[in-house]
Ligand binder design. Structure first.
Ligand SMILES: [Zn+2]
Length: 223
């Protein structure tokens, strides 16, 4: 019943406030095809500040888009303005990327939020993206097993060593069943890679053999 009511409310709101593209404001979609096609891909040559040597279980870190323009606005709307529906076009972009450049995976695990943050925001944006991706790729989504113990303070202004320390013991594995062998760790916006690395460490300790990080976006200059 709650679902039907929600659907009705959404339909009414859709009539009153039709979807507009976050990029060009044209009516019809939250992110139109033309704007989606113009999103700048993240330049592969930009390296992340991961520890050296990168641990063997952390197989790769991929970033799809540069965090700017319409993509930045879309992520902002999703994360800070509570526009959950924005997860659909963004999840579709991730799906298209994975079809183009597949990653072997037995499960998709979104980077978890701390419960405080989750309560504050009401949802985990990476989990919403993961839901869309999982539905469209048939790779199972695992949530609630990798948990965030500490809401780590901002990484801005910290050097690499400080970032790693900041992240230390921030995550824990709470899975009861055996951990999947190959995981795609999904993040919305990657900054330094320190969070992804801390998650990968915990996943590996839980029995995951291969961790591949997939992030929707990253600022080219975020260091
Ligand atoms: Zn547009």
């Amino acid at each position: 019943m709650a679902g039907a009511l929600q659907q009705l409310t959404d339909n009414l709101l859709g009539l009153l406030f039709p979807d507009r593209c976050i990029g060009c404001r044209r009516v019809g979609a939250l992110l139109c095809r033309a704007c989606a096609a113009q999103l700048p891909r993240y330049p592969a040559q930009v390296l992340l500040s991961l520890p050296v040597p990168v641990p063997p279980y952390l197989r790769e870190v991929r970033v799809v888009y540069t965090y700017q323009g319409a993509l930045r606005q879309a992520v902002h709307a999703l994360k800070y303005e509570g526009q959950r529906r924005m997860a659909l076009p963004l999840g579709a972009l991730l799906t298209a990327y994975l079809h183009e450049q597949p990653m072997p995976a037995d499960a998709i695990i979104p980077v978890p939020l701390h419960t405080h943050r989750l309560r504050q925001r009401g949802f985990n944006q990476s989990a919403l993206l993961g839901r869309v991706l999982a539905d469209r790729t048939n790779i199972p989504l695992l949530t609630g097993q990798l948990a965030r113990l500490r809401d780590t303070p901002s990484q801005v202004g910290l050097n690499m060593w400080q970032r790693q320390t900041n992240m230390h013991a921030a995550f824990v594995w709470r899975g009861v069943a055996a951990a999947p062998a190959r995981v795609v760790l999904l993040d919305d916006v990657l900054t330094t890679g320190a969070t992804a690395h801390a998650c990968a460490e915990v996943l590996h300790a839980a029995g995951v053999r291969e961790v591949r990080v997939l992030a929707l976006a990253r600022s080219v200059l975020s260091e």
